[in-house]
Design a protein around this ligand. Structure first.
Ligand SMILES: Nc1ncnc2c1ncn2[C@@H]1O[C@H](COP(=O)(O)OP(=O)(O)OP(=O)(O)O)[C@@H](O)[C@H]1O
Length: 243
């Protein structure tokens, strides 16, 4: 089996300003004078695990436990302060759906723009276009600027674009709770399809039942530390009774 994700003793530290500064001028003066006071905050501490092709890992934990931070390290959005993160394939990070969209452009323009950013040709995107619009259920809204979309419509478009291909690694941060009930079922089914095609999936959700349905393994994060890692049922039951 091939290793798709390897996290080796990764820790993430943020500098938090420890005093309240009300205006930018004072901030700049203090910055230049090296008078800014920072407090070190470790959002993740000594995280290690390894996932192979086809593995699915759910991450559970209370608010602020470090779940999204861990996904951002895997997606390459941030580098760990200490330790290493290895990924072995193309990643579809669904962290903030529609983050790459331009609100002044229509859905059609955004789809082609997104395709271009991801390196796909116009012809290729033309082939995928109808599938994307159909999946997002936006047939009657393709020419409207995204600023006039509801947040659910935007999220649907984001999910449809991000999952138009089966990636090697799929990263989902609370995205199966976007859209209405019907769309949630559809996006859930597509996630299962992607998993069944052999992708490696990392999934963050506050819904423990969704984690159980999607994942084989689970990681319980507690204040940035690995509280428990292993079989999804064991970790989720412990989390439900102890958290
Ligand atoms: N860019 C940042 N700068 C400073 N602190 C940050 C930054 N990003 C995250 N944090 C802090 O790191 C901690 C972990 O945040 P994170 O978003 O990973 O938690 P989470 O488990 O995903 O929480 P939630 O369930 O509420 O979404 C929090 O205390 C948060 O305030």
């Amino acid at each position: 089996m091939s290793t798709m994700i390897r996290v080796d003793d990764a820790s993430m530290m943020f500098n938090m300003s420890s005093e309240k500064i009300d205006n930018i001028k004072e901030y700049v003066i203090r910055f230049v004078k090296h008078e800014l006071m920072f407090k070190q905050f470790w959002a993740l501490k000594h995280i290690s695990f390894e996932l192979e092709k086809g593995d699915s890992l759910g991450i559970v934990g209370l608010n602020g436990a470090g779940k999204s931070t861990l996904l951002k390290l895997i997606a390459g959005v941030m580098k760990p302060t200490e330790g290493t993160v290895y990924t072995g394939g193309g990643i579809a990070p669904l962290i903030e759906l529609g983050a790459g969209f331009d609100d002044d452009l229509s859905a059609e323009e955004n789809i082609y723009l997104n395709g271009a950013i991801l390196g796909y040709s116009r012809e290729y995107m033309k082939e995928r276009y109808n599938d994307i619009i159909e999946f997002a259920e936006l047939k009657d809204f393709t020419q409207i600027p995204l600023k006039n979309y509801s947040s659910g419509m935007k999220a649907r478009l984001g999910f449809a674009v991000a999952t138009m291909n089966v990636p090697d690694i799929l990263i989902l941060d609370e995205v199966l709770s976007v859209g209405d009930y019907k769309f949630q079922e559809k996006s859930f089914a597509r996630t299962k399809e992607i998993l069944n095609s052999g992708a490696t999936v990392m999934f963050v959700s506050h819904s423990v039942s969704q984690v159980r349905q999607v994942c084989k393994k689970a990681l319980w994060l507690d204040n940035g530390e690995m509280k428990m890692y292993g079989d999804v049922e064991e970790v989720c039951s412990a989390y439900e009774t102890m958290a």
